[in-house]
Design a binder for this molecule. Structure first.
Ligand code: PMP
Length: 406
């Protein structure tokens, strides 16, 4: 299919609105993406025509809703090329997926003194869940350092392994630096030490093709809302062998086989990890979003965004006083920057007045900010619908703010 940006933008009604009387320039896609009409209509349609609780009903609507929900699981499976739908657990998002894994993995696979390896550029959601476990169970976090360009030091990574290492948990793409980490290589290294790997795919799934089997990832997690789907739904992929070894996370309906007051047996995968009524409307929306990006082609999206990000980097670098954080050769569609002595919050607030939505602050990566020796940045993050004209508006906006600050 041709990458027709005009046609694509027309699918996202919100992109046509104004803020403060100015056309909206939405460059906060790393935080969340806008939704195409197709996704909103799929959700509305299910509420209007097919809404019923899934899995437990004999009646027509319940069966139809169940079929939709399970078809969505198959769509996710295909999208990331998992072996089986048993390996696709629906969650509330990346954060819940990591918390689920941290709780169940640490409980069943780790003892006091054991270690989890994370990286210097993790989002708080891939740090704090491990720390909560560390507090309870006396396990330790080891951190892969990075160089000044924002690339992980792979020699140092190798040196972190010991017989106490039980898991590596690392982001595929940094939400601040844009660095695309060499996760296939890092997984091979971990496996050579007999250690499984969790990959945080929150910032990769929307922007590039991901094949969990080719990567040989043991666990891979992402959020629906960052890939043009609804909020409140996400995915934990896990190899079946691993998921089988882990205990349930939450208890309730859906995750059981048989309950008595003496003993309860648990449901098969993936339902063992899905206590309670799932967000079956959300999974329909997510599947619709994945169909939407698949129709465009993940390779085509990656190529388009790569070109746009390269253009934005060139244009931003023309601005005097521009400092871009994250200079990896392998970089996604995220640009974090500071300009002269202008505080990131001031710059973001003034850009907002021009209709330009960017994010400011520590981006939920305070340890990374400490490593960079800064408090925060301004972050422009691009999605499949952004344009060169929007990049030009950002550059013009920054120039305007810069002149105001003299
Ligand atoms: N990891 C990364 C790398 C992220 O960018 C984000 C969202 N900013 C998360 C995890 C958390 O995702 P969510 O809030 O959707 O659970």
């Amino acid at each position: 299919m041709m990458y027709d940006i005009g046609k694509i933008r027309a699918d996202f009604p919100i992109l046509g609105r104004t803020v403060y009387g100015k056309p909206l320039v939405y460059l906060d896609n790393g935080a969340t993406t806008q939704k195409p009409r197709q996704v909103v209509e799929a959700i509305t349609n299910e509420y209007y025509n097919t809404n019923a609780n899934v899995h437990r009903g004999v009646h027509f609507l319940s069966q139809q809703a169940t079929e939709l929900h399970e078809a969505s699981r198959e769509t996710v499976r295909k999208f990331i090329n998992a072996r089986s739908t048993a390996e696709i657990v629906f969650t509330r998002g990346t954060t819940e997926s990591i918390n689920l894994l941290a709780a169940t993995f640490c409980q069943s696979q780790m003892k006091e003194g054991d270690e989890v390896i994370v990286s210097a550029m993790e989002h708080h959601s891939n740090i704090v869940p491990w720390q909560l476990q560390a507090m309870q169970r006396g396990i330790r976090l080891r951190v892969i350092p990075m160089d000044d360009r924002g690339c992980l030091l792979l020699d140092e990574y190798e040196r972190l392994f010991s017989p106490r290492t039980k898991l590596v948990s690392v982001t595929h793409v940094s939400n601040v630096l844009g660095t695309i980490n060499p996760v296939a290589q890092m997984i091979a290294t971990a496996h050579a030490h007999g250690v499984p790997v969790l990959v945080d795919g929150a910032q990769s799934i929307p922007h590039m093709p991901v094949d969990v089997q080719a990567l040989d990832a043991d666990f891979y997690v992402f959020s629906g809302h960052k890939v043009y789907g609804p909020t409140g739904v996400g995915v934990l992929y896990g190899k079946e062998d691993w998921l089988d070894k882990l205990p349930p996370y939450q208890g309730g309906g859906e995750m059981i086989q048989h309950v008595s007051f003496e003993k309860t047996t648990f449901n098969e995968l993936p339902f063992k990890f899905e206590a309670g009524t799932p967000d079956y409307i959300g999974t329909t929306g997510l599947a619709c979003a994945l169909d939407y990006v698949s129709a465009l082609g993940m390779d085509a999206i990656a190529a388009y965004e790569h070109e746009l990000t390269a253009y934005a980097t060139r244009r931003l670098m023309e601005i005097p006083g521009m400092r871009i954080f994250g200079e990896s050769q392998q970089k996604g569609s995220v640009i974090s920057f500071l300009v002269g002595n202008i505080h990131h919050f001031d710059l973001g607030t003034l850009l907002d007045r021009l209709g330009i939505a960017v994010r400011t602050g520590h981006h939920c990566a305070q340890p990374l900010m400490t490593r960079l020796g800064i408090e925060g940045t301004v972050r422009a993050s691009f999605g499949l619908y952004n344009t060169r004209e929007e990049v030009d508006a950002l550059v013009a906006g920054i120039e305007r703010v810069r002149k105001m600050f003299g």
